[in-house]
Write a protein that binds this ligand. Structure first.
Ligand SMILES: [Mn+2]
Length: 268
């Protein structure tokens, strides 16, 4: 019985199977977590989601920015972009998969492992409790047809970039979504920067990666996240585990075993 967390799959279905086989993953015995961006850019988004859905009793995911984009397109709120290649997921026969994704969280905390899973990061101002309740505000909206459409119509944009408890409506939802699914670098006061995607060290001096800010989260909580392929998975310690190793860009797909702390990677 072990739990493995896998980084951004982005439709690299054959790499997922190769990785599960490399760790001797056993369905029915082991549990699989996926830290978001299941779909888009890679060769087989449909089979990736179909497979995880079929094993959903033993799967825990959080949504990433590409998954939310898929849901926005499926809702008719956004048109499909030139680089998007998840058309098959939009076919009527795959509506069960879209509905499943609509009911997935933006953050997941497991008290036994003392581990928090998010796609992008943890904003500096939030406690664990605040983070989970903010994530839930978006999750509630995603599960309601009318609210979902209104949210997707307003989801895209980089502001507001600083958390204020007084934020309301779609602005509040947009901040929560950007922080949990798109954040990389921040200003010293926690304000989100949405432009820099470079490795750490190459950014302007006034920006810091979110994980170098003084987070309002107990230090013994481990944070597993994806989204930032330029980190190349090199951030791997007791507190922070970067798991996006850029499989879709020719890098590798990585799994972290939460029970042993061992990381395993396979090339595409
Ligand atoms: Mn992402």
């Amino acid at each position: 019985m072990a739990t493995y967390v896998v980084g951004d799959i982005q439709g690299c279905f054959s790499s997922l199977l190769k990785l599960l086989s490399a760790v001797n993953f056993c369905w029915g015995k082991d549990t699989l977590w996926v830290c978001g961006d299941l779909v888009n850019r890679g060769p087989d988004s449909l089979n990736t989601v179909r497979y995880l859905y079929e094993h959903r009793a033993n799967v825990q995911i959080v949504l990433g920015n590409h998954d939310l984009h898929l849901l926005a397109v499926a809702e008719g709120s956004q048109s499909i972009k030139r680089k998007d290649n998840f058309e098959q997921l939009l076919l009527p026969e795959n509506q069960d998969l879209i509905q499943w994704l609509q009911h997935q969280p933006l953050a997941y905390y497991d008290a036994q492992y003392k581990t928090l899973m998010v796609h992008a990061g943890v904003p500096v101002h939030w406690s664990l409790k605040k983070l989970l309740s903010c994530a839930q505000e978006v999750e509630t909206v995603l599960q309601n047809k009318t609210q979902r459409r209104r949210f997707f119509d307003a989801m895209y944009g980089n502001t507001p970039d600083l958390w204020k408890p007084s934020l309301k409506g779609v602005e509040r939802l947009r901040y929560i979504t950007n922080a949990l699914t798109r954040m990389r670098f921040c200003y010293g006061d926690g304000r989100l920067d949405m432009d820099w995607k470079s490795p750490v060290g190459l950014q302007p001096s006034w920006l810091k990666p979110w994980f170098e800010l003084p987070l309002n989260l107990a230090k013994d909580i481990q944070i597993v996240f994806g989204h930032w392929a330029a980190l190349e998975g090199k951030l791997a310690n007791r507190r922070f585990q970067a798991l996006d190793t850029g499989c879709v860009w020719g890098g590798s797909l990585t799994a972290l075993c939460l029970d042993t702390g061992v990381r395993t990677s396979v090339s595409p």
